[in-house]
Design a protein around this ligand. Structure first.
Ligand code: PLP
Length: 246
């Protein structure tokens, strides 16, 4: 398994490098984030001990389960799943440094209140539903600027950019259209000069579509399967409200 993970990481790093070259970008403009849902702490550690530094979970439960095993191996932890407001406390407890999945004001406000109480701040990305699929979380693109504006007033939250999950499709141009929506929104928000808002990060692109995302301006690609292998749970388990499809 160790050889597989290292081999896969080398392939992914090469894919990132090639995509950067193709679009005239520097390789260090794109960070690799490992999506570690269903992956054991032992396997995650292999990646962390071999040059990787950034991982992310979708479920607070998994964050919690792996926390003790991983805490002595240096890394940074983002959160990329649907976050229920009653789990906010745990996000802070288990040292998440960025919540990439902020998609509603209520969640942002509750997170802000908790951060205020603990005298902390948190980096966040606004998650946008660029594929117009009901099964995916994220704010509608037409409401993203307004949401960004409202969240910018919550002083403990440091908005760093936007996140999206592209359409699942073999048709590259349809996937590309999603990433273009996110890039355009980023430019529009920068143009608004909203105080307390940085728009440097675009978190988009996964195992199957990271090249397209990088061509469209991704600064963080989130990769799971292509490094750790196929998962036994369907992604709907992680993405759908109430996990209806399981
Ligand atoms: C699982 C997941 C990924 C990684 O997907 P792969 O296809 O396994 O690379 C990226 N982003 C989010 C939000 C995820 O849940």
């Amino acid at each position: 398994m160790k050889e597989d993970i290292l081999h896969n990481l080398a392939i992914i790093n090469n894919r990132i490098k090639n995509a950067c070259e193709k679009s005239g970008r520097k390789t260090d403009e794109v960070k690799l984030l490992l999506a570690t849902k269903t992956v054991s702490a032992d396997h995650i550690k292999i990646a962390l001990k071999n040059g990787q530094t950034l991982i992310a979970e979708n479920k607070v439960q998994e964050l919690k389960e792996k926390y003790e095993d991983l805490k002595n191996t240096p890394h940074e932890n983002h959160f990329i799943g649907h976050l229920q407001t009653n789990k906010i406390k745990d996000i802070l407890k288990y040292d998440v440094t960025c919540v990439q999945s902020i998609d509603r004001l209520e969640l942002a406000e509750k997170l802000h209140q908790r951060l205020l109480a603990e005298n902390k701040t948190m980096n966040v990305l606004i998650q946008v539903n660029t594929s117009n699929e009901e099964s995916k979380f994220g704010i509608d693109p037409s409401e993203a600027i307004e949401l960004t504006r409202k969240i910018s007033r919550l002083t403990t939250l440091k908005i760093k950019g936007l996140m999206t999950i592209g359409l699942f499709s073999a048709e590259t141009e349809k996937v590309r259209a999603c990433f273009k929506i996110l890039k355009t929104l980023q430019e529009e928000i920068i143009h608004e000069h909203i105080p307390n808002v940085e728009m440097k990060e675009l978190s988009m692109g996964m195992s199957g579509d990271l090249e397209t995302a990088i061509e469209e301006g991704a600064t963080i690609v989130r990769v799971g399967t292509a490094v750790f292998g196929a998962r036994i749970y369907p992604d709907s388990y992680y993405w759908d409200e109430d996990n209806k499809k399981v």
